[in-house]
Ligand binder design. Structure first.
Ligand code: SAH
Length: 393
């Protein structure tokens, strides 16, 4: 067995339930470990502290699976863990209205770097860490046991695609059954497509489900602009909430084509004028046509991929919010979101509220985070933040 000893601060992190041990916190190993090997962390007194999956190529050297008393990570143990993730989600949804959600949310469900999303009858498993690659057949066995999928797609984050190919001959694609690239599902009774074989993330942004529903409640009678719209998720909710018109703004034609198809999937939405604008949203919001809106949703891609980007990202969120606020008609509402894990809730909300202070008197309507099928059990997992505020008429 691979045995590790870690620094005193790393021991404290492990005891507090944190799932990552960085390479520079490892002070002793009994040998060189391989990718995905089980490793045990022992404390100063040679007592078992934690069990994890080892990744010699990643700055996160150990992904902790369990801390506390010794355990045997056998098939039963893994299946119980997967079953627990499933049992947590089952009561969350009215299946007649919603048939897409996150079954497994990485570290937060004890499967570090592994996500499983469900879109109707298709499961999409996305690996963000190489530790699972040598264990893929085991993982599939557990998934079959707990979920009995008729179709399962494997997706790999870009950084692990080369090693997956070179060492295990693995690439993205359907591992169980078969599926089209576009899978139609329901979310709160609205029909959407997910691009499961090639799309962003696992094909759709399920984490914004509850925030989309909140936007529906704000939309009545309003002209709505959805900035960084992707496939029009927020837009369809706004349309159902009685928006006067909806405009999607995204740089990707591919995303806007999907937004148009999503509107077409919901015939009732034909009553609401829908327009797509393809362009750089930062530029369009700042200098585009002089046009104002009553409700603007602004949900950009992560602006801080690394810690070093944090301060620039906070400024960029502030500028985006300021430019959106300038386009709001009196009484208009801004819904601003950030999915950057490196920017904290406080930093993001302050950036947006600071921009609002310059735009005139305003009031906060609500703040929120991810939907409950995306639980966050440690600090870095709280990536999504969203705030709605209204400029006083
Ligand atoms: N709000 C969406 C998810 C947004 S994902 C939802 O709830 O589904 C981020 C989107 O920003 C992607 O669709 C991407 O194409 C788009 N994007 C990235 N850079 C952009 C830019 N500079 N201008 C406009 N859109 C951009």
């Amino acid at each position: 067995m691979l045995r590790l000893r870690v620094s005193a601060p790393a021991e404290r992190f492990i005891r507090s339930g944190h799932p990552w041990v960085y390479s520079d916190s490892i002070v002793e190993t009994n040998r060189v470990g391989d990718v995905g090997e089980l490793a045990v962390v022992y404390n100063r007194d040679n007592k078992f502290m934690a069990l994890g999956l080892h990744d010699p190529q990643s700055p996160i050297r150990l992904r902790v699976l369990h801390a506390g008393k010794p355990v045997k990570a056998d098939r039963e143990w893994w299946i119980a863990r997967l079953q627990a993730a499933k049992d947590k989600r089952v009561p969350l949804f009215d299946k007649a209205q919603t048939n897409a959600w996150r079954w497994v949310s990485g570290e937060n469900d004890g499967f570090p770097g592994l996500v499983i999303d469900r879109y109707a009858d298709v499961l999409v498993m996305k690996l963000y860490s190489a530790v699972w690659l040598p264990r893929l057949s085991e993982v599939l066995d557990w998934v079959r046991e707990v979920f009995a999928p008729t179709a399962l797609v494997l997706r790999l984050s870009r950084n692990i695609q080369p090693i997956a190919k070179e060492r295990w001959g693995l690439s993205e694609g359907c591992l169980v059954g078969s599926t089209e690239n576009l899978v139609v599902f329901r979310e709160n009774g609205i029909r959407f497509e997910a691009e499961v074989l090639q799309g962003q993330k696992t094909g759709f942004y399920l984490d914004q489900r509850d925030n989309r529903a909140r936007v529906q409640d704000l939309a009545k009678g309003r002209e709505v602009l959805n900035v960084f719209s992707f496939s029009g998720g927020f837009s369809l909710y706004a349309a159902r909430g009685g928006a006067r018109s909806v405009t999607d703004l995204d740089i990707s034609k591919h995303a806007l084509d999907s937004a148009n198809r999503n509107f077409a999937l919901n015939p009732w939405s034909a009553a609401v004028p829908h327009e797509c604008v393809q362009g750089d949203a930062f530029e369009w919001i700042a200098n585009g046509p002089r046009r104002s809106f009553d409700l603007i949703i602004c949900d950009p891609p992560s602006l801080a991929r690394r810690e070093a980007d944090r301060e620039g990202a906070i400024r960029a969120y502030g500028t985006l919010a300021a430019n959106c606020l300038r386009r709001l008609a009196p009484g208009g509402i801004l819904v601003a979101a950030s999915c950057s894990a490196h920017v904290s809730q406080g930093e993001f909300f302050d950036a947006v509220m600071n921009a609002a202070d310059h735009a005139g008197p305003w009031k906060e309507l609500w703040r929120s985070a991810h939907a409950p099928d995306h639980p966050a059990t440690f600090a870095e997992a709280h990536y999504l933040k969203c705030i709605a505020l209204q400029i006083e008429p």
